[in-house]
Design a protein around this ligand. Structure first.
Ligand SMILES: Nc1ncnc2c1ncn2[C@@H]1O[C@H](COP(=O)(O)OP(=O)(O)OP(=O)(O)O)[C@@H](O)[C@H]1O
Length: 225
């Protein structure tokens, strides 16, 4: 069997004396998707931050591609995340941002993928605009276009549906399906049950930082030394 892309065991995160994530555990296989759901403050983003190495767990184990996430360039070549909001380059257009990401990933920015992403995400008419002129929903589309512009093995997306209108949400779900179909994996948090249902993937429901007992992504004890 293929090794999981992500393994989380007995994850706990505390800020001072306040524990905000506890007993979270799951495996994410290659080509798989897993969605974290739950109320505001339930701990979803914190779990995503641990998986991307942006937050250090207080206890438990996180492995991505078999190793602790280390924030190195080689780690980020395999992982794309929207957990941190990017800064856009002043003076670069929407199209140029997507081309730049594609170029930096070693891909040909003129091979049609940029056009395809702008088209499917409804950004064609905004290709020559700069990001500061976009609405918040249009900027979210640009964020997703840049996330999908280079083929990373693991996508870690925090509420990819946020600020998107209902027409574009199924399009985004379709793009994530395509990513999985070529062997990529997706770990995400979402507040939209329709979007989650469209992804047709296991769900972990967090409540006050802990998984609800009936989750398929069941909590697992920390067996690390
Ligand atoms: N740096 C921090 N210091 C202290 N507490 C924090 C910090 N970051 C997050 N928290 C707290 O941790 C808890 C979980 O936050 P988190 O952002 O993971 O929730 P969430 O499920 O992603 O929420 P939302 O749906 O609102 O995005 C919240 O109570 C939040 O206030």
């Amino acid at each position: 069997m293929d090794e999981p892309v992500v393994t989380v065991v007995g994850l706990r995160v505390a800020y001072g004396s306040v524990t905000v994530v506890r007993d979270v555990g799951f495996d994410l296989p290659p080509g798989g998707a897993l969605c974290l759901v739950g109320e505001n403050g339930a701990g979803k983003s914190t779990v995503l931050r641990c998986v991307t190495g942006l937050v250090e767990p207080s206890a438990g184990r996180v492995r991505v591609f078999g190793a602790a996430p280390d924030g190195t360039a080689s780690f980020w070549r395999r992982v794309v995340t929207t957990v941190e909001q990017p800064s856009w380059y002043a003076g670069l257009t929407v199209r140029e941002h997507v081309e730049l990401v594609r170029l930096a990933g070693g891909d040909d920015p003129t091979d049609g993928r940029v056009d395809e992403l702008l088209d499917v995400l409804g950004l064609n008419d905004l290709g020559d605009s700069t990001p500061d002129r976009l609405s918040s929903g249009e900027r979210q589309r640009l964020l997703l276009a840049t996330a999908l512009a280079r083929p990373a093995e693991l996508l870690v997306l925090d509420e990819p549906e946020q600020r998107l209108d209902s027409a574009i949400r199924p399009v985004v779900a379709g793009l994530l399906d395509e990513h999985r179909a070529i062997g990529g994996s997706v770990l995400l948090a979402s507040h939209d049950p329709v979007f989650v249902a469209a992804l047709d993937c296991p769900v972990i429901r967090l409540h006050s930082g802990a998984p609800m007992p009936d989750d398929p992504g069941r909590p697992r004890p920390d067996v690390s030394a």
